[in-house]
Design a protein around this ligand. Structure first.
Ligand code: UDX
Ligand code: ADP
Length: 468
């Protein structure tokens, strides 16, 4: 069976994954029409905005890519039916948050959006389609998608592929342009292999073929969860050691350098921090944990769950250190927080450590004064409310948001660095010190500051994984 040459793609879901991925496919494949659809009209309007600074997602380099392709072969709209009807290949890129209700609450992925997409594709399709799961999904979801598709149509053939996305936010465009590998899983029968080849040809427009890894469907799905679990495990491992460093006077960065130069371990993802965040790590590990329980493997489930528990511990430990250092009471005190996004160069705040650190401080009645270069005040409030730290009215009383770091730190009792934005390294720390209450505490949750310089200024500096 010949692999079909793809000329039209539709992507359902214009979020952090769908938006940048489709923009790069359109940029690199001018012969393919790429139509990105979403139920959220505001999101689509923002993607279509004349002002490229207003794209709904902030990613370095993304506006240039969108500028190249938009209107040529990249289109954004809310017309999902048309998108499905016209496309030979359909990517499902909708959100799959952790379930907040019912069976699997707090652990399993909520597949309602994916299921809705599958039903809509089934209803609208009048010709054969290749359906690609792009969202992170539990293993064997492709099979459920296939069941829904096949039960709802007459005579149309659907091939379902798994093509997990490995881009990291903040470096999405770079990761999409030069991926370590592209993973494509599909059925190993004749039509499945042909569909895998069709998608391989799309990526082969810019990715060397030897970097395109073809697997069976379930291996591809499980690889995504495993990759994220391994990456998060490294961070929890180094963060667990950071706690021990603080007690013993060892330096966690020195340890990371020492162990990272062992080529079997490698240097990446060994940066101790206030805790990992983002939409993937926690969600995917909890998903893995749920799967293990489902398949009767409680020991394996407990093993991976510990990675999340150490991360929760790290966030709480950081907040507790602030409270303890400020003589065990922060009530009415002003604590400045620099950074709210879960990492630098993104406006995404999902599962950011900032939410939990701020939440703990607010519960102890501290005033939290925040500056982040890309996150809005409303987003911060929503995050705190969603995480259960109070109503909008309650959190608004103790949360204050500023347009720069100097205003946020004025008259503060303590400053904490939560996100490693480059601009925080360049701040006039002497000026900040001078406008703070003394003793001036500085909690470096990312170890981005030069300790010697900061100590010389006079700060009482506490860094993750470093003794006093
Ligand atoms: C991650 C995976 O890297 C990516 O392949 C997958 O597709 C989605 O999930 P992302 O969540 O965007 O990407 O960011 P990542 O760079 O992995 O960082 C995740 C969190 O870990 C951030 O909060 C980051 O600050 C933290 N981190 C990362 C550390 O604390 N220390 C490190 O050494 C590395
Ligand atoms: P991710 O990080 O996985 O890309 P996002 O939340 O950033 O997640 O994006 C998912 C997008 O999918 C959102 O813009 C949401 O409006 C969209 N979406 C969810 N369900 C549907 C649906 N049934 N049809 C079209 N779009 C959907």
């Amino acid at each position: 069976m010949e692999a079909k040459k793809i000329r039209s793609i539709c992507c359902i879901g214009a979020g952090y994954v769908g938006g940048p991925t489709m923009a790069v496919i359109a940029q690199k494949c001018p012969h393919i029409n790429v139509h990105v659809v979403d139920i959220n009209p505001q999101r689509i309007a923002d993607w279509n905005s004349d002002n490229l600074d207003e794209l709904p997602i902030y990613e370095p380099g993304l506006s240039e890519v969108v500028k190249d392709a938009r209107g040529r072969n990249l289109f954004f709209s809310t017309d999902i039916s048309k998108g499905i009807a016209e496309a030979e290949m359909i990517f499902i890129s909708v959100n799959t948050p952790t379930k907040t209700y019912g069976v699997g609450k707090g652990m399993a992925a909520d597949l309602k959006y994916v299921e809705l997409c599958a039903r809509q594709i089934a209803n609208e399709a009048t010709e054969d389609k290749i359906v690609v799961e792009k969202s992170t999904l539990p293993v064997r979801t492709a099979e459920s998608i296939k069941t829904i598709l096949e039960a709802n149509t007459t005579g149309v053939n659907f091939e379902v592929l798994s093509n997990p996305e490995f881009l990291a936010e903040g470096t999405a465009v770079q990761d999409l342009h030069n991926p370590d590998r592209v993973l494509i899983g599909g059925d190993q029968d004749e039509s499945g292999l042909a569909a895998i080849e069709s998608l391989t040809e799309v990526y082969a427009n810019w990715v060397p073929r030897e970097q395109i890894v073809q697997t069976r469907l379930w291996s591809s799905e499980l690889s995504k969860l495993t990759a994220n679990a391994f990456l998060a495990q490294r961070i929890s491992s180094i963060n667990s050691v950071s706690a021990l460093c603080e007690k013993t006077g060892a330096d966690v960065d020195e340890i990371a350098r020492a162990i990272g130069s062992d080529s079997r371990i490698g240097p990446k993802f060994l940066k101790a921090s206030v805790g990992f965040g983002g939409s993937c790590f926690q969600k995917d590990i909890l998903n893995l944990v749920y799967l293990c329980h489902h398949f009767g493997l409680p020991e394996v489930a407990d093993y991976w769950e510990q990675v999340v528990k150490i991360n929760d511990y790290q966030k709480k430990r950081f907040a507790k250190q602030i409270i303890d250092s400020l003589f065990n009471t922060v009530s009415g005190k002003k604590i400045a927080m620099l950074g709210w996004a879960f990492k630098k160069d993104t406006n995404d705040t999902r599962e950011s450590a900032a939410i939990y650190v701020a939440g703990e401080l607010i519960q102890d009645l501290a005033e939290v004064h925040v500056y982040d270069p890309k996150v809005t005040e409303q987003q911060m409030i929503n995050d705190l409310v969603y995480a259960g730290f109070g109503t909008e009215e309650e959190v608004s009383k103790l949360l204050f948001v500023y347009g720069n770091a100097y205003d946020a730190t004025n008259n503060a009792h303590a400053v904490s660095i939560i996100t490693e934005w480059d601009e925080f390294k360049e701040l006039d720390w002497k000026k900040i010190y001078n406008q703070m209450f003394k003793p001036a505490f500085l909690f470096d949750g990312r170890n981005i500051l030069d300790r010697k310089k900061i100590n010389e200024i006079g700060f009482d500096l506490r860094s993750i994984g470093k003794g006093l």
